[in-house]
Ligand binder design. Structure first.
Ligand code: ZN
Length: 309
């Protein structure tokens, strides 16, 4: 069904810098009665698909197929046009559009196991979709491209891990490697979730402390949290969406040690699940171009706030 969504704050005209800190913004949202969308959360354990951590909709699900490893190149998609000078000049941001629209046609390749620090995972997954068939992989590409445009206007060098320019993937380890090799100042992996109806809102996923098997997140845990908190606060402000009602205890933040894209990163990195594609109300937002622009703006402002702090 169509959900006509009006955010509490709109931003006509030129972009302005956030006045409040992201932490304050999150705090405002969490203490304001009007912040939650009023759907009511499901009881703990009812959020099957996401909470299980192993559903096909999760950013990189548990490996189950011993397929041969993929050998795709490790190069991101950089912009060719000149970037104007701005507050982010000299900074590099890697944006990781989750999944790939072509993954569904490359089952063998994306099922190949890759090491991810706390075991092995599938190279990549297909991602989820709305009930009407709008694929998460198309959503992530669209938001990532909008995000690139916004960040380049501020002077940042922006690299996408894929830009719809490769048949599948990259694998999750390669997605991390692209950020590492770019020596990125910040990396954001863009996703939308696939949880049960009634589960709503966004959450940012932060790297846990992981050490071993090629992974060492000790140096990125704290800066990644800083990045994530700022993105969460700005996402609330630009979209009007509430933090997830089914994960993260209404903080909009979750910490995980089972995502190769985070475990293998050596630079500050977070994932964002922008909403739940399987919930009709969230799906109405996620399929709206106008809402996706607000989502990109919130993520961009969070990154910008982090890089100029
Ligand atoms: Zn995803």
């Amino acid at each position: 069904m169509r959900h006509d969504f009006t955010p509490p704050i709109s931003r006509p005209g030129p972009r302005r810098r956030p006045v409040l800190t992201a932490a304050a913004l999150v705090g405002v949202c969490l203490t304001a009665a009007g912040c939650a969308d009023g759907d009511g959360g499901l009881p703990p354990g009812a959020a099957q698909e996401t909470a299980s951590r192993s559903a096909s909709s999760s950013p990189d699900a548990t490996a189950s197929s011993p397929a041969p490893p993929s050998s795709s190149p490790s190069t991101g998609s950089g912009s060719t046009k000149p970037v104007p000078r701005g507050p982010l000049s000299g900074r590099t941001v890697v944006i990781d559009p989750g999944h790939n629209p072509g993954n569904r046609d490359h089952t063998r390749e994306i099922n190949a196991p890759v090491k991810m620090g706390t075991g092995t995972k599938e190279c990549d997954t297909t991602g989820t979709a709305t009930d009407a068939g709008y694929a998460e992989a198309l959503f992530t590409l669209d938001v990532s491209r909008r995000l690139r445009t916004l960040l380049e206007k501020e002077g940042a060098k922006v690299v996408l891990t894929q830009d719809g320019d490769r048949p599948f993937g990259p694998c999750v380890d390669e997605r991390a490697r692209i950020g590492n090799e770019e020596k990125a100042d910040a990396v954001v992996s863009v996703h939308a979730d696939g949880a049960a109806t009634g589960n709503r809102g966004f959450h940012v996923i932060l790297p846990a402390a992981v050490h071993g098997d090629g992974a060492d997140t000790a140096k990125i845990v704290a800066p990644s949290r800083e990045l994530g908190v700022r993105i969460a606060g700005n996402f609330v402000r630009t979209t009007g969406s509430a933090p997830s009602n089914y994960i993260g205890g209404n903080t909009g933040l979750d910490t995980r040690d089972d995502l190769g894209g985070l475990n293998l990163s050596t630079v500050p990195k977070v994932f964002i699940e922008c909403g739940n594609m399987r919930d009709p109300k969230d799906a109405a937002l996620l399929t709206s171009k106008g809402w996706r622009q607000k989502a990109a703006l919130g993520i961009a402002d969070g990154i910008s706030s982090y890089l100029t702090r």
